[in-house]
Design a protein around this ligand. Structure first.
Ligand code: GLC
Length: 645
């Protein structure tokens, strides 16, 4: 059962795309609806063992109890397990109590969740703006609530096959020479690689839709040469446009009145990487088109992959936040970017002729951008594109993947990555992953290997780091063969990962699931360091420093697989608790009872994969494998072939 409840006069956020029957607000008495000033508050009591799932890209565990979360898209590079806001807002929660229900609060501005916060034994949701749609879903299980929700927000975006390969990235690669060095490193050790991300330094003075021609002498040829080697270039595209007279993109947007306006009605200016920057009005159809049409600049070069960044939008400072900026410059430890609400109350959008304060629509700015770019790429290219964005909202998944922003090289951030994946999948985001190894800080060889041993299961598998962090390319570490072993497993699993991804996307399902979504077993209710991956696998990552053993729980008999770079050792294991061990070059995972796992051959990149050339492991009878050319837009259930054992 799904119903929609309209509060005030909501804006169309483009999140839900199916018609949902309207309900009467009086049906919501079990949520104790309260109105306070401009806010609407919902409260629901929790029993001791109730579980609350959801909230997509947030910190904390899979069970959201004990936390305070604020939906307000924030550039938060120093986040920890209790940081309330990250880069995206995904207002979907599922409550596993005596009644099983889920809520989607379709509000484009701040929503606060206090979930058994400070042992309150209740879920309290404060919608700071009274104009929003609330969707209520009631089903027999949390998993069914998620499936119903996914069915109204539309199929997830499906990237090309190469986007399931491994990608190397770093803030600091500046030139063709830098990129060539990376490729040489990977080639020298015969390590696989499908793409390299180009961070902001590829541009001319951080001006969008430009290439620094001193560093890339003949970019078109370069893109072509790399593609022939099976390597795609994936440029970053920020949202802010450098305010510089004579810079044609800036001038054109100014002429066509495409930028957000300040309190005085002039183009609002903030400081981001390029210095003074203006912000295209993504809530205005004409302005967002002006922005996204520029992607032709890249597609003309043969580029078919992108990452969208700084699109919360992140603003370092402006004339309105001088005081905050001074704190930042003097290194004030209490300074947090997310305190700068004043910034977002200083500029406006033009939505169908109506002037709307940015603050009131803040959480859909990056979302509208990704939708606009996605639609544009779809018209510019005759094949599928790869894209992942930092900021998003419910519905962005139809056009783009996401990555989880600037994490850190910490063991608990690896754990956070594991916790985020199923929560993101509940909100539709299947093409997702974190900066493997952590964006900032010092990543040890051990942490990188363990992180890779988890990320190899995430659809987006990218090694990215900050310019201040230690170098992370696999070939820079001792005993490169250990890295090769982990990477080779990723490529051998691609036929499975690709098939399971397409199944989940086309049937509005999850790819990463909590065990509790499949097994009716009290013991799995709070397990959040083991996950189901697709229909056949369970993973049990090693996430503790210095430990090559851990205890795990099997909710049924399963086949343990241990891979060391060449062989798959299979061992049947009974239901119950076990201790497993894996050296740094090894990965242990499990095939579920009655299921099959297709395993392909090792390869240098996905252009060389033969998706059909697989062997089947496990005790199941049949497996549906997805076979296509890896880029055609007509992805469909008809392209599965059934393999029998
Ligand atoms: C932001 C991004 C990060 C990128 C950096 C420079 O911090 O999150 O991934 O490397 O900007 O562009």
């Amino acid at each position: 059962m799904i119903k929609k409840y309209i509060f005030g006069k909501p804006l169309n956020t483009e999140s839900v795309i199916k018609d949902v029957e309207n309900g009467q607000i009086s049906d919501l008495s079990f949520l104790n609806v309260n109105y306070k000033n401009d806010s609407v508050i919902f409260q629901f009591p929790l029993e001791k063992d109730d579980i609350v799932y959801g909230l997509g890209e947030t910190t904390s565990t899979i069970n959201k109890r004990g936390g305070r979360y604020i939906s307000f898209n924030t550039d938060m590079g120093r986040h920890r397990y209790n940081t309330p806001s990250l880069y995206s807002s995904h207002n979907f929660i599922v409550i596993d109590s005596k009644i099983k229900f889920a809520l989607f609060i379709d509000s484009p501005t701040r929503v606060i969740y206090e979930i058994d916060y400070k042992n309150s034994n209740e879920v309290k949701i404060i919608c700071e703006n009274k104009n929003f749609n609330l969707y209520l879903i009631k089903e027999d299980t949390p998993y069914k609530c998620v499936r119903s929700f996914l069915s109204i927000i539309g199929h997830c975006y499906i990237p090309p096959l190469w986007a399931f390969g491994y990608g190397q990235s770093r803030f600091g690669y500046k030139s063709e020479d830098d990129l060539n060095q990376v490729i040489e490193g990977y080639n020298k050790y015969n390590l696989p690689l499908d793409y390299i991300c180009m961070d902001i330094d590829y541009m001319d003075h951080f001006k969008l839709f430009t290439i620094n021609e001193d560093n890339f002498k003949n970019f078109k040829d370069y893109v072509f040469i790399l593609k022939k080697q099976g390597i795609h270039l994936v440029p970053i595209v920020d949202v802010g446009i450098k305010k510089e007279d004579g810079y044609s993109i800036y001038e054109k947007g100014k002429e066509e009145n495409c930028y957000c306006k300040n309190l005085q009605g002039d183009d609002y200016t903030g400081v981001v990487w390029p210095g003074d920057t203006v912000f295209p009005d993504m809530l205005n159809e004409k302005s967002s088109m002006f922005f996204s049409k520029n992607f032709k600049f890249y597609t003309d070069y043969g580029i078919d992959g992108f990452w969208l960044d700084m699109n919360e939008p992140s603003i370092f400072q402006s004339e309105y936040s001088k005081e905050d900026s001074e704190k930042k410059l003097t290194g004030d430890k209490n300074y947090y970017l997310d305190n700068k609400f004043c910034e977002y109350k200083c500029f406006y959008h033009n939505v169908d002729g109506e002037k709307i304060l940015h603050y009131d629509v803040h959480n859909i700015y990056g979302h509208k951008l990704a939708i606009s770019v996605g639609k544009q790429l779809d018209t510019l290219l005759d094949k599928r594109y790869m894209m992942f964005t930092r900021s998003s909202y419910i519905g962005t998944h139809r056009y783009s993947g996401i990555w989880t922003g600037d994490n850190q090289s910490r063991w608990d951030h690896l754990k956070m990555n594991i916790h985020q994946m199923p929560s993101l999948n509940m909100c539709g985001f299947l093409y997702s992953g974190a900066d493997t190894g952590g964006f900032s800080g010092y990543c040890t060889r051990e942490l990188l290997l363990r992180w890779m041993a988890f990320s190899l299961f995430t659809p987006l598998f990218r090694n990215h780091s900050s310019c201040n962090a230690n170098r992370r390319e696999c070939y820079r570490f001792k005993k490169v063969s250990d890295f090769k072993s982990i990477l080779s497993l990723r490529y051998r699993l691609i036929p499975y990962i690709y098939s399971e991804y397409v199944k989940a996307a086309l049937t509005d399902d999850m790819y990463f699931k909590s065990l509790s979504f499949e097994y009716d077993d009290e013991n799995v209710k709070n397990i959040d360091d083991q996950l189901l991956v697709g229909d056949s696998l369970m993973i049990t990552p090693l996430i503790e420093k210095g430990k090559d053993k851990r205890t795990i729980y099997l909710p049924e008999e399963m086949t343990m697989v241990k891979y060391d770079g060449s062989d798959f050792k299979l061992t049947k294991m009974e239901k119950g608790n076990h201790t497993i061990s894996a050296k740094l070059n090894e990965v242990v995972f499990f095939i579920r009872k009655g299921k099959l796992l297709p395993i392909g051959k090792e390869c240098k990149n996905t252009s060389l994969i033969d998706l059909k050339d697989v062997q089947l492991l496990g005790d199941g009878k049949e497996y549906d494998l997805y076979i296509d050319d890896g880029y055609s837009k007509d992805v469909s259930m008809d392209k599965f072939i059934t393999l029998k054992k």
